[in-house]
Design a protein around this ligand. Sequence first.
Ligand code: PMP
Length: 429
Amino acid sequence: MSESERLFQRALQVAPGGVHSPVRAFRSVGGTPVFMTGGAGARLQDVDGRSYLDFCMAFGPLILGHAHAGVHAAVSAALARGWSLGTAEPYSLELAEFVIARVPWVQNLRFVNSGTEAVMSAQRVARAATGRSKILKFEGCYHGHADAMLLRAGSGLADAPLPDSAGLGALAASETVIAPLDDEAALAAVFERHGAQLACAIIEPLPANYGLLPQRDEFLRALAQHCQRHGALLLFDEVISGFRVGMQGYAAVAGITPDLVTYGKIIGGGFPVGAYGGRRELMQLVAPAGPVYQAGTLSANPVAMCAGLATLRALEEQGVHARLEQLGARLEQRLATIPNLLLQRVGSIFWACLTARGAAPAAGPVRSPARFPAGCAQRYAAIYHPLLARGIYLAPSAFEVGFISAAHTSADIDALADALTGLCATLES
Ligand code: PMP
C-alpha cells in the first residue's frame, strides 16, 4: 500500500469522500487521490517521494508556479508583521489601487475570501441596484457554490446527474433563469420572456469550468446588448480569466465593458481571496457606504493581499502573458496532428478533449456542452493514471481545464505533448 492510499483511508474517516473539495477525490478518473506534500516551480511532490509536472496549478491561482520566490518574499515579510489585523490597513489599499489603475470598469472594489463569496455579493449589488430579483446564468458556467448558482454548473458537477445539488432552497431555482451558451436565438427568447425581471446576467466570458468553451464575440456582444436594452446588469465572472488572459481579463479581449466583475484565484496569488468590483455608483451601494450588507472577519487578510499584489506585479513587470502565449501555442502546435485529440486553448488555459478514433474532426471549436463528443470523459479517465505514472499531473476530471504557468519551460510542454501523443495512440475507440 502506498502512503497516499494509507492517508486516503484515514481521510475517508474524517471528511466526506476524504476531501475538502469534491474533484480532489478522483471520482471522475477512478483510483486513489495522490497526496501531495508541496510544490516548487512547475512540479508537485507526493508523499511517496514521486515528483510530477503539474498542469493543474491549484486550479488556476498559481500563474507564476509553485512557491514563487517573489511571492514567497512578500508573504514572509507580511507574516513577520502579523497575519491578521481586522483593521484598516495599507495592503488591501495597494492591491485595490493596482487593479483599479488597470481595469477601467473597476472603479471600486471589495475583497472577500473566495470566488463564491464574490459572486454572491456582486449579485446582491445587482439586485439592490435594479430592484429586481432574477438572475440569468448560462448552462455549463460555474460561479461557485451559492444555492442560486448550482444549476447546470459544470466544474465538479460537470458529470453529475441533474439536479446539481441536494439541499437547495426552492427560491434558488425559481430566481435563476438558465440559457444555453453560443445560441443567440435562445438568448433573445430568454430576454423576451424574463428580461424585465432580470437583475443581472452572469457569465464566465471565457467559460472554463466545463471544458474550455470560448464564446464568439458576437454572442457576448448580443448578451451585452440585451442586458442594456432590458435594464439588467452584465456581470462578468473572471475568477479564472481575470489576470490570466491579460491584466484586464477577458472583457478586454472581447472588447465588452461589464457593469460588475468578480475575481478570485490569481488575485490572491494562491491565498484565499476573491473580489467584486464595478462602476463606482454600483459599488457605493455596499455597506458601510450603502444599504447592501456584506462583511468578513478575514476579508483583505494582509498576507493574502501581499501575495496577490506580488503576483500581479510580477505578471506585469516580467511580461508573463506573452511568454505564456508562446508556451500555449507550442502545446497547441505539438498536439495539432493527433487525430483523436481536440485541444481548445486560450493563452495559458487549455482543454484536451478526447474524441473517438476515426470520428470526423470537430468542425471548429466546441462552444457548448451540448456539442461534447460522446465518451470524452471515459477516454480521459483511461489515460489519466498512465499520465500520472509518466509523472504528469492534470486535473482529475475530464471537464477541468489545464493551466500553464510562468514556471513551465518548453521542455515541460514537450513532455506533456509527448505523453498525450503516446497515450492517445493507445486508446482503442
Ligand atoms: N467562478 C468561477 C468562474 C470559478 O471558476 C470558480 C471556482 N473555480 C468560482 C467562481 C468559485 O470560486 P471559489 O472556488 O474560490 O469559491
